[in-house]
Design a protein around this ligand. Structure first.
Ligand code: BTN
Length: 318
C-alpha cells in the first residue's frame, strides 16, 4: 500500500472524530510534512478533508468514483491480491494485458472510473464516460482452451450475483450481457493468451454503466435502478461476485454454473436469430439450453444446433 493510501486508511479509521497529523506521522513512520503532502493530494482527488488547528484532520466525504482507493476497502474475496489503476486510463484491459505479460499473479485487478479507449466485443468501442466502473482482472485457470469457452458465462453469472447482492434483479443474455429492465448494464470482454492448448493468462474486462449512456439507448446505468449505490460499491460487488462464480467453475466445472446462468437467461425458450461477425445468420430457432461448453443450444424443425459464438437476438424483435 502506498503512503498516500495508508494516510487515507488512517483518515477512514478515524471517522468521525478525526486524527492529528502528528499521530498519523508517528503511526505510519513518515514525516508530518509527508502527511500534509498526502492530504493535499487526496483533496485534489476529490476527498473532502477538514483540517483544524490543534485537532488534526477529519475525512468528511469521499469522491464518487470507482478508483482503487475506494474499491479496495470494500473487497472481501481473497482472490483479489492486487488492485491497480486510477481515475482514468485508456483501457483497463490493455493495462491488465501489460501486467499479465509481465507475470502479474492471478487475482490482479485494474480498475478505473473513466476510459478514453474502452474496447468491446467484436472489435467495437465501449463508451466509458466518467463516473462508470471499468475493471479488468487477470486469471490463470488450469483448464483447456475448449473449457475456457464457458468463462464469459461464468463471469456474467458472477456480475449478476454481485449486482443482486446490492438489490438489483439483473437478467443475462447469452453469451455475456448483463441486463436490467431489458437494457444492457454491463458488458464482458474476455481476452486470452495461450500456449498450445492451455491459457497462459486470461484478462476479463467488465464495463459497468453507472449513469445512462445517451448515445446508446439500449444501455442503462445501474444508478437508474439503484441510485444510492456508489460506483466503488458496484465495482466491489461485481468483483466479489466474479470471484465466487470463478472459484466454483474452477472446482466443479461449468455444469455447476449452468443452472445459475439459465435461471437468469432471458433468451431461454425464446425464438432467436444468431448472427456471426459479418452479420450472416448462423442459427435460427428456439433456445433450448446451454451446453457444458457454454454454447447456446438452438432447436429448429430438424435438429438442435450448438452455437459457440455470435450475437443472438429475439427473432423479429431486436
Ligand atoms: C461488450 O462489448 O459487451 C464488452 C464490453 C467490455 C468493456 C470493458 S470496460 C473494462 C474493460 N476495458 C475495456 O477496454 N473493455 C472492458
Amino acid at each position: 500500500m502506498s503512503s498516500r493510501d495508508r494516510v487515507l486508511s488512517a483518515l477512514r479509521a478515524a471517522v468521525p472524530s478525526g486524527v492529528s497529523g502528528e499521530r498519523m506521522a508517528r503511526d505510519l513512520g513518515i514525516s508530518r510534512a509527508a502527511v500534509a503532502k498526502h492530504v493535499a493530494a487526496l483533496k485534489s482527488s476529490g476527498y473532502e478533508i477538514e483540517a483544524r488547528v490543534g485537532e488534526g484532520y477529519r475525512l468528511l466525504a469521499t469522491p464518487h468514483v470507482a478508483s482503487p482507493a475506494e474499491v479496495v476497502p470494500l473487497l472481501t474475496d481473497e482472490l483479489w491480491v492486487r488492485v491497480e489503476g486510477g481515475e482514468v486510463t485508456g483501457s483497463t484491459n490493455d493495462d491488465a494485458r501489460v501486467l499479465a505479460r509481465q507475470g502479474a499473479a492471478e487475482g490482479t485487478v485494474v480498475v478505473a472510473s473513466h476510459q478514453t479507449a474502452g474496447r468491446g466485443r467484436l472489435g467495437r468501442d465501449w463508451a466509458s464516460p466518467r463516473g462508470g466502473a471499468y475493471l479488468s482482472v487477470i486469471l490463470r485457470p488450469a483448464v483447456s482452451l475448449l473449457e475456457l469457452s464457458a468463462l464469459p458465462l461464468v463471469i456474467a453469472v458472477g456480475v449478476a450475483q454481485g449486482l443482486e447482492s446490492l438489490g438489483a434483479a439483473p437478467a443475462l443474455k447469452w453469451p455475456n450481457d448483463v441486463e436490467l429492465v431489458g437494457r444492457k448494464v454491463a458488458g464482458i470482454l474476455v481476452e486470452v493468451s495461450a500456449q498450445s492448448d492451455r491459457p497462459d493468462w486470461v484478462v476479463v474486462g467488465v464495463g459497468l454503466n453507472i449513469a445512462d449512456v445517451p448515445e446508446q439507448p439500449n444501455a442503462i446505468g445501474l444508478a437508474s435502478v439503484l441510485p444510492h449505490v456508489a460506483p466503488a460499491q458496484a465495482a466491489a460487488a461485481a468483483l466479489d461476485g466474479i470471484a465466487a462464480s470463478y472459484r466454483r467453475w474452477v472446482e466443479l466445472g461449468f455444469a455447476a454454473i449452468e443452472p445459475d446462468f439459465s435461471a437468469r437467461h432471458r433468451l431461454a425458450g425464446e425464438r432467436v436469430t444468431v448472427r456471426d461477425l459479418t452479420g450472416s445468420v448462423t442459427a435460427e430457432g428456439v433456445v433450448c439450453g446451454i451446453d457444458d461448453l457454454g454454447r447456446l443450444l438452438v432447436e429448429d424443425a430438424h435438429r438442435v444446433r450448438a452455437v459457440a459464438a455470435g450475437e443472438a437476438t429475439l427473432s423479429g424483435i431486436d
